[in-house]
Design a protein around this ligand. Structure first.
Ligand code: DAK
Length: 255
């Protein structure tokens, strides 16, 4: 039986893990199922935002029981990075909505999303070093970019699990909400994003990504200008600006 669920409603796709008995620990099969869903959503023009949300616990990391006896070669096959990279690059905004534990590979999944919302009782961290490994699902690369080198090193070297409030102070999560409001807040935010110009958001996401990889700031700004001008070939740019002038809400068509 599948342990990953996809629900689509009003242009919002919600991907959930259902393995509560192991606090949603991530197996190879779960990651593969998630990968299939991302592939399918990527080509679905109607999806304007993706939410990763699992009830009670986001994910307590990769499944330690599956990994414990891996050889080097088997560990390589266990890698979640190709899927997490796909999530980071999917041309649709993504939100991780975190209840309970988000640890290790679970937190790395959240770090691959664009925006993170946490419940006030969420517990987050990278406990890999307590197991004799380090975060290998993009953690050592994404965490310093998100929270800065010093906080990243503190989190990764100690393996400490931090509260939502501390995570917010570090910039690990965008906002903290009441535990029972995590899902609703994520949906509310997704709906706000879904109402905006999808092509512009898609382009902005890609340019932000390229800009972070581009050491020459002026080159980044040139790419931005070039892409920005291309939006003037789109229906959505005309619609957005005409709607403003006509004092009505725009109806974007993703083209
Ligand atoms: N894996 C497997 N089972 C897990 C699990 C995990 N990560 N986390 C929890 N469980 C299971 C427990 O074993 C227990 O199952 P039973 O013993 O009842 O069968 C059940 O979930 C409930 O857990 P607890 O009884 O431990 O619940 P507590 O409330 O007492 O404690 C806890 C909750 C989250 C503090 C504790 O369960 C815990 O410390 N869990 C492990 C957290 C952790 O260390 N996560 C990081 C895992 S390492 C890569 C591949 C993968 C990765 C990176 C790179 N490459 C190939 C490059 C990722 C690595 C990781 O994520």
């Amino acid at each position: 039986m599948s342990q990953v669920n996809l629900k689509k409603e009003d242009g919002i796709a919600v991907i959930s893990i259902e393995k509560p008995e192991a606090l949603n620990a991530l197996s190879r099969t779960i990651i593969d199922e998630m990968d299939d869903y991302i592939e399918a959503i990527k080509n679905d023009d109607n999806v304007r935002c993706i939410i990763f949300y699992s009830e009670k616990n986001f994910a307590a990391g990769a499944d330690i029981k599956d990994m414990a006896e891996c050889s080097e070669e088997e560990a390589r096959k266990f890698s979640f990075s190709p899927t997490y990279n796909k999530i980071a690059e999917v041309p649709i905004p993504t939100i991780a909505a975190i209840e309970g534990y988000a640890l290790g590979g679970g937190m790395e999944l959240a770090m691959a999303a664009d925006i993170r919302i946490a419940g006030e009782n969420a517990k987050m961290g990278f406990p890999e070093v307590t197991l004799g490994i380090f975060p290998g699902g993009g953690g050592t690369i994404r965490v310093p970019r998100i929270v800065g080198e010093a906080f990243a090193k503190e989190l990764i070297f100690t393996g400490d699990v931090v509260t939502a409030e501390r995570a917010f102070q570090m910039g690990l999560v965008n906002r903290v909400v009441k535990e029972e409001q995590v899902y609703d807040e994520a949906i509310k935010l997704a709906k706000r994003i879904a109402a905006r110009g999808p092509l512009a958001i898609r382009m902005a996401k890609e340019i932000i990504r390229q800009g972070l990889d581009e050491p020459d700031q002026n080159k980044g700004i040139d790419i931005e200008s070039e892409q920005w001008c291309k939006l003037f070939n789109t229906y959505d740019q005309r619609e957005g600006m005409r709607a403003f002038i006509e004092k009505r809400k725009p109806v974007f068509k993703n083209r």
